[in-house]
Design a protein around this ligand. Structure first.
Ligand code: PLP
Length: 378
């Protein structure tokens, strides 16, 4: 949970590489896996069989809806794979006109061209030319617009984060996801979940959508905690959704190399074990209770507590950037987020004592923010 800066100051890290180091820093098992693999083979490319890929692919597909896994290096690449797969699915079925990807306001899917076009924040596109054709943006509350868009004969897929991360820790309800699943199925439209941030134990289940039985997607992008700090992403899919992705349609040089697989396999074992997920759920409950009390004590600083599991958002009244600096002064690192939120994204292994320490530092930052607000008002 701790980071020490170059000047020797210690910080409680609730950024964790932006929800990436699910097991914190310097986890001994991850270090061992990386060092042992580093003494063997690093990279051979996917033209050769890589046993670690097969093993991790099996672990992942055994734990969710998917039949297949494609390994990449980042979340953006996993999303690109998902989007290409969705269009190809319709193309091989003789419906090449089905190209539209429906995304939502406040979403974030990465920084590559397809990902910024699918993302729901126009700022990411700024200066990079017009939005590409084939990307439709809707508000999460526009139910009629969504039903209409899904029914269009040019729609290929819907992409959604079950818990929006960068957009400010906004958790979608099970009811909303189940309705989306029903509508997409009725119209032969593929459902893509972007669980790059909310997946791999972050919400206290291995995957965030697994809180809601029946809400399984056709395709899912994951990354971040998959390598718990080592760069690796994956696109998981059903056999049917991946039917167009035959040999030669997609590829990668580095994706899924032996180093990444060694670390990700160990991370998978640690994250998916019952104790880790139970700890994440327990810590999340502890946080929410204590954060609600903090909000009640500082209504002039905290407007709302939101999120799911250990993807926690505090919607603030003072500017989130300023608040992040105040927290840092008290030795606490928190991440920013949309809608003037700060996010708490601690290790899934956070202890009850550490939750208490985070709360103490947050309270000190709230007190500072209150004094600053009072000064401004005066
Ligand atoms: C939900 C989501 N999708 C995709 C990405 C992009 O991942 P990467 O930065 O690894 O390309 C991110 C990164 O923050 C994300 O939060």
């Amino acid at each position: 949970m701790w980071l020490t800066d170059t000047g020797g100051r210690r910080y409680l890290d609730c950024v964790q590489g932006i929800a990436t180091n699910a097991l914190g820093h310097a986890h001994p098992k991850l270090i061992k896996a990386l060092v042992e693999q580093a003494k063997k083979v690093w990279h051979v490319a996917n033209i050769f069989q890589i046993p670690g890929q097969e093993e991790l692919g099996r672990c992942l597909t055994d734990s969710c809806f998917a039949d297949l896994a494609f390994f990449a290096n980042t979340g953006s690449e996993a999303v690109e794979t998902a989007l290409k797969m969705a269009r190809k699915y319709h193309a091989v079925a003789g419906q090449p006109e089905r190209v539209d990807i429906i995304g939502f306001a406040g979403s974030f899917h990465g920084r590559t061209y397809a990902a910024i076009n699918a993302s729901g924040n126009p700022a990411y596109l700024d200066g990079f030319g017009p939005r590409l054709p084939g990307y439709v943006q809707l508000s999460l509350s526009d139910e009629a617009g969504l039903a209409d868009a899904i029914a269009r004969p040019t729609t290929a897929a819907v992409i959604v984060e079950p818990v929006q991360g960068e957009g400010g820790a906004r958790a979608l309800s099970g009811e909303w996801l189940l309705e989306l699943r029903k509508m997409t199925r009725e119209h032969g439209v593929l459902l893509i979940y972007d669980e790059v941030q909310c997946g791999m134990g972050r919400t206290g289940k291995l995957f965030a959508h697994q809180w809601f039985e029946g809400a399984e997607p056709d395709i899912m992008a994951i990354a971040k905690a998959l390598g718990s700090g080592f760069p690796v992403g994956a696109c998981l899919a059903t056999d049917d959704a991946a039917r167009g992705m035959t040999v030669g349609t997609h590829g990668t040089t580095f994706g899924g190399n032996p180093l990444a697989m060694a670390v990700a396999l160990t991370a998978f074992e640690e994250i998916s074990c019952t104790d880790t997920l139970a700890n994440a759920q327990g810590a999340a409950g502890n946080f929410v209770e204590r954060l609600e009390t903090l909000r009640a004590n500082y209504p002039d600083v905290i407007a709302e507590i939101r999120g799911k599991g250990l993807l926690i958002g505090l919607k603030l009244i003072p500017g989130n950037r300023e608040f992040m600096a105040l927290a840092r002064n008290h030795g606490l690192l928190v991440a920013g987020g949309g809608e003037n939120c700060v996010r708490l994204l601690p290790s899934l292994l956070i202890t009850t004592v550490e939750v208490g320490e985070v709360m103490e530092r947050l309270e000190a930052a709230c007190e500072d923010a209150r004094q600053i607000i009072k000064e401004i008002v005066r």
